[in-house]
Design a protein. Structure first.
Length: 148
């Protein structure tokens, strides 16, 4: 039978401890500092609805900065909280309110696209994370950048 040296024993022990911690952490539920999770459990679930998931800027000149608004509604029974909005590229900047959107309320996410040093057809994605029944929504912007 092969004898384990100290290095092998240490590595295998660490692997077992890591797996154990991974297993027990899966059973834990985390709550945000604002208590958002508790609110949605007590009062129902938020539900985010975007009438439009895509925006096409059409043809724009290289170097132009253009913006659009994605409107959304909370069609759920609890306050809707936008946790984060991330983009697929540094040329795209989102702006949104972190204030809760009450049931039947609405809001907007502004997306600003900088076409500097870009050319041709461009498609960028915007990932919206919230406490809604669908926690991730993907928005898309497109543009045809003309260079002269």
């Amino acid at each position: 039978m092969k004898r384990l040296n100290n290095s092998d024993f240490l590595m295998k022990s660490m692997a077992v401890i890591f797996l154990f911690l991974l297993l027990i952490s899966g059973g834990c539920k985390t709550y945000s500092e604002r208590g958002d999770e508790a609110d949605s459990v007590e009062k129902g679930q938020a539900s985010i609805y975007f009438p439009e998931l895509n925006h096409d800027f059409g043809k724009i000149k290289e170097g132009e900065k253009v913006a659009c608004l994605f409107k959304f509604e909370n069609r759920g029974e609890a306050n809707l909280l936008i946790n984060s909005v991330t983009t697929s590229c540094g040329c795209t900047i989102p702006r949104f309110s972190e204030e809760p959107v009450p049931p039947e309320g609405s809001g907007t996410i502004e997306v600003i696209f900088d076409s500097t040093s870009r050319e041709g057809r461009q498609t960028k994605t915007v990932q919206v994370r919230s406490n809604a029944d669908t926690p991730v929504t993907i928005l898309r912007i497109t543009a045809e950048i003309i260079t002269n």
